[in-house]
Design a binder for this molecule. Structure first.
Ligand code: NAD
Ligand code: UDP
Ligand code: UDP
Length: 348
């Protein structure tokens, strides 16, 4: 294990049932787009540990080579620098299509590109799936529910989305990606899966990610002000990335072609969440954090609440989160603390 490998495996391999179960006869060639990103790189790790052949495709817009560096040179691993807006010719059995910036700061920085990635990127990967008869999984998002009028959100809810606000490039991009996915399924018989992912956190979130988890942890570790946008009453439900990775693999292996919510239903206000982060950071520091909570103007179209109904995932995939937010957050704080000390964390 190298100095950097703590970034890789925060848990023992044995902790993942899927790692032990793979029959060598079931070894597959798997494409992960966005594989150098936060979620994608953990998915690559798990698929590699299971013994699959993995091709990782990324243009490094928000991802980093650091996240997958530990696999370079492994005979089952291949890295391709490629933008999914352009066609791609590879031969694979499964495609996990994750390529797309996920943080509001990044997806809004070039909203036209976000839409191109969502549409043309998904179109190309579906065209690829159609040609090689691969099973295709789309990483969709809870954002397709917009500012929800129903709470919690189940998969039958059609959403309440502003199609011309600053988040539209992402929300509508993912909605069209879902529509495209089902059109390829209906028209061309492509075998598809759709994961609607709710807020996910964990090691390897970029230092400049801009989402609430990494912002609050870094602010608390650096004793800077904790920035709450609005009055802190907005809610989110956070899942630890290992649970998401389990869910993505279980969905891919299932026969469930309807969209499936993957998230942790434990809901927090952002204010409660800030206090939890400060408490956990203080547990791991010699000196308590001197951060103050400051309230900044609310961001436009910020969904006021979000919580998944995961009945379908429970029923169809036999999946539910196993790791509490507290436990996952504690591992994430350790990661950020160590990454700061080693100065090897991915920074955009
Ligand atoms: P991320 O930004 O860390 O990863 C996205 C990866 O895609 C990056 O490595 C980026 O460089 C790559 N990418 C972006 N545009 C690309 C393009 N045109 N061509 C090739 N590669 C490209 O984000 P993440 O949190 O790992 O999210 C991964 C996926 O999961 C995204 O599709 C996102 O929409 C979805 N998702 C994530 C969350 C979450 O909370 N993390 C929630 C809902 C949905
Ligand atoms: N495509 C790809 N790799 C492949 C097959 C297709 O990137 O192996 C792209 C192709 O270039 C096209 C898109 O996927 O831009 C959709 O392909 P499809 O065959 O469905 O559509 P068509 O090319 O017939 O419009
Ligand atoms: N947020 C915050 N301070 C930050 C970053 C985010 O208060 O430094 C809030 C944001 O306004 C939203 C919630 O935290 O209400 C989650 O935001 P994030 O950008 O993490 O993800 P989203 O769920 O909005 O895509």
């Amino acid at each position: 294990q190298t100095e950097g490998s703590f970034i890789t495996f925060t848990r023992a391999q044995e902790d993942f049932p899927s790692v032990k179960k793979l029959n060598p006869l079931n070894k597959k060639r798997i494409l992960v787009t966005g594989g150098a990103g936060f979620v994608g790189s953990h998915l690559v790790d798990r698929l590699m540990l299971m013994g699959h052949d993995v091709i990782c495709v990324d243009n490094y817009f928000t991802g980093s080579k650091v996240n997958i560096a530990h696999w370079i040179g492994h005979p089952n691993f291949e890295m391709i620098r490629h933008d999914v807006v352009d066609p791609l010719l590879v031969e694979v059995d499964q495609i996990y299509h994750l390529a797309c910036p996920a943080s509001p700061v990044h997806y809004q920085s070039n909203s036209v590109k976000t839409l191109k990635t969502s549409f043309f990127g998904t179109y190309n990967m579906l065209g690829l799936a159609k040609r090689v008869k691969a099973r295709f999984l789309l990483a969709s998002t809870s954002e397709i529910y917009g500012s929800p009028k129903e709470h919690p959100q189940n998969e039958e809810y059609w959403g309440h989305v502003n199609c011309f606000g600053p988040r539209a490039c992402y929300d509508e991009g993912k909605r069209v990606a879902e529509a495209l996915t089902y059109s390829y399924a209906r028209q061309d018989g492509v075998d598809v899966r759709i994961a609607r992912i709710f807020n996910t956190f964990g090691p390897r979130m970029n230092f400049n990610d801009g989402r609430v988890v990494s912002n609050f942890i870094l602010q608390a570790l650096r004793s800077e002000d904790i920035t709450i946008y609005g009055d802190g009453s907005a809610t989110r439900s956070f899942q630890y990335m290992h649970d998401l990775i389990d869910g993505l693999i279980q969905l891919m292996e299932s026969d469930c072609t309807e969209p499936v919510n993957l998230g942790n239903p434990h809901e927090f206000t952002i204010k409660e969440f800030a206090n939890m982060v400060i408490g956990l950071v203080n547990e791991q520091r010699d000196q308590p954090s001197t951060s103050n909570v400051v309230y900044l103007p609310a961001v436009i179209d910020d969904p006021p609440r979000r919580k998944p109904d995961i009945s379908r995932a429970k029923e169809r995939l036999n999946w539910e989160p196993r790791i509490s937010v507290h436990e996952g957050l504690s591992e994430t704080v350790s990661y950020f603390k160590r990454a700061m000390e080693l100065e090897i964390a991915p920074v955009l």
